[in-house]
Design a protein around this ligand. Structure first.
Ligand code: NZQ
Ligand code: ZN
Length: 385
C-alpha cells in the first residue's frame, strides 16, 4: 500500500425527506444560486418543486440553466458560466444525474476563470477557484455527488474528457433514494454497470491494498444483490438506497487510496460516447467482459480468481483459470440481466471509427493495470462489435 492523504469532506444528507435541510445548508454558502438541471425529469417527479420551496423559505434567490444533455456539452458549461458571471452567482446547485452534476462542477470552476472553459477540462491545474457545489442526486451511477471528477464533451472536436479537482467535490449532497424510483429500467441497469466498472477500475491494480479490496468486493456484491431487484421493483427502497450509497463509495477515492492505477475501460468507453452519444454505462457493460478476457494471463489470473471466489462465491479450485473465466462469464451474464447490450452493433456502432477511437483511448492508458497499445485497444473494440 502506498502513502495517501484521506480527505473526503462532502457532507451527505441521506434518506427520505432530507431535502428539508437544503435551504438551511444552502443559506450557509450563498444568497443567490444557479439551479442546473437536465431535460425535465425533476419537474415531472416533483423534485424541482421541493428544492424551490426550500430556497423560497430561506430567502435564497436563484437563476436557472435547464436542458443539460446526457453526456454534457461544453457549450452548456459555457452558458452556465456566463450566467454565473453576469448574475453574480455564489453557489451552484445541480439537481439530477451525473451529467447535470458534472456540468455544474465545471460551471462552478469556469465562473472564476477568464479563458475558455475547455482549458479547465484539458488542464485540471487551471482549476483554482470554484464556487461551492450543493448537489441533489436523482440517479445512482456516477458518484459525481461525492467525487472530484467531471466529464465533458466538446462537440466541436468530438472529445469527451474527464477533469478533476478536489475543489470540485460537492460541499453538500442530498441523496434521497425515493428520488430514484422514477429512473427507467435502462438507466438503472446502466447506472449499476457504471458503479461496478468504477469499482473494477480501482480493484484491478498492481499495487496491494488488502483492506481496500475487501471493501471493493462488498460494494460489488451490493450492486449484484440490488441492481436487478431495483429494475424488477423500481419502488424497492432498500434496493434504491443501497445502490445510491454504493454509487458514492465506488468512486469517492476511498477504495483507490494507497493503490493508484490509471483507468482502462473508462477511457475506451468515453470514445464511444463521444462519437456515438451512447449511454455511458451501456458502453461499459459491452466493453468490460471483453477487456477482462483480453487481459487475463498468468500475471493477472490470481486477481481474477480472487474476484471470482470472493464476489461470485465460485468454489475454490486448483484450476485458477477455470474460476477466473467463470467469474468473467458471470460478470457478462449479470450485465445482460441488467438489460444491458453486449455488442457494439446493438448500440449502433460499426467498424468505421474504431481505429480513430482506439488511437485516442490508447493515449490515456499509461499506468493502467495492464497497459494496452493502440492495436490492442482496437482488437478489444473489434471483439466487442
Ligand atoms: O435530463 P433528465 O430529464 O433529468 O433525465 C435524465 C437523463 O435522460 C434521466 N434521469 C435522471 N434522474 C432521473 C431521470 N429520469 C427519471 N427519474 C430520475 N430521478 O436519466 C438520463 C441519464 O442521466 P445522466 O445524468 O446522463 O446519467 P448518469 O448519472 O449515468 O451520468 C452519465 C454521465 O456522467 C459521466 C458519464 O460519462 C456521462 O457523461 N461520468 C461521470 C463521472 C464522474 N463525475 O465521476 C464518472 C463516470 O465514470 C462517468 O464517466
Ligand atoms: Zn463511469
Amino acid at each position: 500500500m502506498e502513502n495517501f492523504v484521506y480527505s473526503i469532506p462532502t457532507k451527505v444528507y441521506f434518506g427520505k425527506g432530507q431535502i428539508k435541510n437544503l435551504g438551511r445548508e444552502t443559506a450557509g454558502y450563498a444568497k443567490k444560486v444557479l439551479l442546473v438541471y437536465g431535460g425535465g425529469s425533476i419537474k415531472r417527479n416533483g423534485i424541482y418543486d421541493a428544492v424551490v420551496d426550500q430556497l423560497k423559505a430561506h430567502d435564497i434567490a436563484w437563476e436557472e440553466l435547464s436542458g443539460v444533455e446526457p453526456n454534457p456539452r461544453l457549450t452548456t458549461v459555457q452558458k452556465g458560466a456566463d450566467i454565473c458571471k453576469e448574475k453574480k452567482i455564489q453557489a451552484v446547485l445541480p439537481i439530477g444525474g451525473g451529467s447535470t452534476l458534472d456540468c455544474a462542477k465545471v460551471i462552478a470552476a469556469a465562473a472564476g476563470y477568464d479563458g475558455d472553459s475547455w482549458d479547465l477540462v484539458i488542464d485540471p491545474g487551471k482549476i483554482t477557484c470554484v464556487l461551492p457545489i450543493i448537489a441533489v442526486l436523482t440517479l445512482a451511477a456516477t458518484g459525481s455527488e461525492m467525487d472530484t471528477f467531471a466529464v465533458i464533451t466538446n462537440e466541436a472536436t468530438q472529445d469527451k474528457i474527464g477533469t478533476g479537482s478536489p475543489l470540485m467535490r460537492p460541499v453538500v449532497s442530498f441523496m434521497d433514494p425515493e428520488y430514484t424510483f422514477s429512473v427507467s429500467a435502462y438507466q438503472t441497469g446502466a447506472g449499476t454497470a457504471d458503479m461496478m466498472s468504477h469499482i473494477f477500475e480501482a480493484y484491478f491494480s498492481n499495487t496491494q491494498g488488502y483492506m481496500q479490496d475487501r471493501v471493493a468486493e462488498a460494494l460489488l456484491k451490493t450492486c449484484i444483490r440490488y441492481g436487478v431487484k431495483a429494475i424488477e421493483n423500481p419502488d424497492d427502497y432498500e434496493a434504491r438506497a443501497n445502490l445510491m450509497w454504493v454509487s458514492s463509495w465506488a468512486i469517492n477515492d476511498f477504495i483507490s487510496l494507497g493503490k493508484p492505477v490509471a483507468w482502462t475501460v473508462h477511457p475506451m468507453e468515453h470514445e464511444l460516447s463521444a462519437y456515438y452519444d451512447i449511454t455511458h454505462g451501456a458502453g461499459l457493460a459491452i466493453l468490460t467482459p471483453h477487456w477482462m478476457r483480453y487481459v487475463l494471463s498468468d500475471a493477472t489470473v490470481d486477481k481474477f480468481y480472487t474476484y471470482g471466489v470472493n464476489v461470485w462465491n465460485i468454489p475454490e479450485d486448483d484450476d485458477r483459470y477455470k474460476v477466473a473465466n467463470e467469474a468473467i462469464d458471470r460478470t457478462a451474464a449479470y450485465f445482460k440481466a441488467l438489460g444491458m447490450p453486449s455488442t457494439l452493433k446493438e448500440v449502433g456502432i460499426d467498424a468505421s471509427l474504431l481505429p480513430v477511437m482506439a488511437k485516442k483511448a490508447a493515449a490515456r492508458l499509461k499506468g493502467a493495470y495492464v497497459e494496452l497499445t493502440e492495436e490492442q485497444v482496437l482488437d478489444i473494440f473489434r471483439k466487442a462489435l
